[in-house]
Design a protein around this ligand. Structure first.
Ligand SMILES: Cc1cc2nc3c(=O)[nH]c(=O)nc-3n(C[C@H](O)[C@H](O)[C@H](O)COP(=O)(O)O)c2cc1C
Length: 195
């Protein structure tokens, strides 16, 4: 598969098989994250690999509390989108996936700690897909509980939890379509769509 094939076929996975993934394989996924570019080469990312079942339970419990609050306050358009996508405050993937990769960024790494951390996440998602694993970019609206539970120093901000495992669903690309390229690309000046 080419890189573009991996990108075209990758989909967020919210249902996982119980089957474990060898840590060696997850480290290979994280190797991709390590290689991402970053502002001033600061490499502000850090990954906490969570495989302990009790810890996953605790993470799920805290995350669901945060989510209930978030869903209650969400604007109507977002509520409708959640409904269409079947997204609820229940985050069963946090305990079903054999492993969680919590990604945190070192906030003192200037410039661009946040942008760089997200670059690293994108690399991780693509490498995971190329190794046949499902992942999800899950972004709890408040991530401070992760600092506490995982003893993450306060200078590091957790930005996402990436469950990783063998997919137990196969969402079709049509359910999450992308905008056509010609609506996104402009030549020389914005507004010109001939290229
Ligand atoms: C920055 C970011 C935040 C996201 N946060 C969540 C989230 O909190 N919960 C969730 O279920 N999916 C989340 N997603 C996944 C998106 O919903 C998903 O990528 C999008 O709908 C496209 O679907 P696909 O990944 O299957 O192509 C997030 C994705 C990104 C890039």
């Amino acid at each position: 598969m080419t890189l573009l094939d991996v990108m075209r076929n990758r989909r967020s996975i919210r249902k996982y098989k119980k089957q474990q993934i060898p840590v060696k394989e997850i480290l290979q996924v994280l190797e991709a994250g390590r290689l991402a570019p970053s502002g001033a080469n600061q490499q502000p990312w850090t990954y906490i690999l969570v495989t302990d079942s009790e810890l996953k339970q605790e993470i799920r419990k805290e995350a669901e509390m945060v989510e209930k609050n978030f869903h209650r306050k969400a604007p109507k358009s977002l509520k409708n989108w959640f409904k269409k996508q079947g997204i609820t405050p229940q985050k069963s993937f946090l305990t079903e996936a054999p492993a969680l990769i919590v990604v945190a960024g070192y906030t003192k790494a200037t410039p661009y700690w946040l942008e760089s951390t997200w670059m690293s996440i994108a690399y991780v998602l693509l490498q995971a897909a190329s190794q046949g694993f499902g992942t999800l970019t899950y972004t709890p609206s408040d991530t401070r509980f992760l600092n506490k539970l995982l003893k993450i120093p306060k200078d590091y901000k957790p930005v996402a939890i990436l469950p990783i495992g063998y997919p137990a669903e196969k969402p079709s690309p049509e359910t999450r379509p992308r905008k056509p390229l010609e609506t996104l690309v402009h030549r020389n000046k914005c507004g010109s769509i001939r290229f």
